[in-house]
Design a protein around this ligand. Sequence first.
Ligand SMILES: [Zn+2]
Ligand SMILES: [Zn+2]
Length: 242
Amino acid sequence: MGGPFARSPREHSDEPLPGFKLAYPMLAADGASCGFSGVTLGRAHVYRAVDDAICAHGSRHACPSRWCDCGFYCFHEMGAARDLACEPDHRSAVLLEVAASGRYRRYERGLRYARQRVKTVRVGRCECGRPADLLADSGAGSVGWRRLLPVCRNCAADRPVLSPDRFAELAGGVQVVLEGRPTGLGPDEPTLAPAEAPAEDPGAVALLSAEVAVLHARLDETLARLEEVQARLDELTRRDRP
Ligand SMILES: [Zn+2]
Ligand SMILES: [Zn+2]
């Protein structure tokens, strides 16, 4: 062992390792099955819910190779995948929870690995900002596959759509979760609600106005008293001077 050509220890896991990633949901041209495609590297390739990585560059080596960037990728943390989903290019992607196994290489923020099982598909928002309930034909795709787009019922209108349940079934039994309102921007959420809700109640307004008047009166009294005391203090200090 050792020497200049010693390999870095290659890691292998029979135990599935949890990970998170973005993908585009895909529907086969014949409508009989669903899969996923990558949002960056390997965009042209569609993988199934349970699949083995193949080299994105057409090489025949086993993935992941030390000398190539191919293989499945995932983040260790869901937050990292959610952050990536905010980029305009990735707004129509879905978030996958996966189990990674086989040969893998570890990175600071995630893994590159050989075998993957998609467990959960998290569908976010429609392009209009409302929570998405359905998957519509996006108009994009690759040979043999149409790319699907998460849409709300309003925007779906009478377009042909796939329900989340049907997608789950055609993908081979993954779980699909609709979670279009993850943070901050919901109409029901307190961040956008008026801060002074009682102001709409006329009784409360009268009560608060009265309290404000009392406080002003007290403030005037206090200021008058302050002036008085200050004047008295000035007088005394002046008198004590030689
Ligand atoms: Zn490769
Ligand atoms: Zn919409």
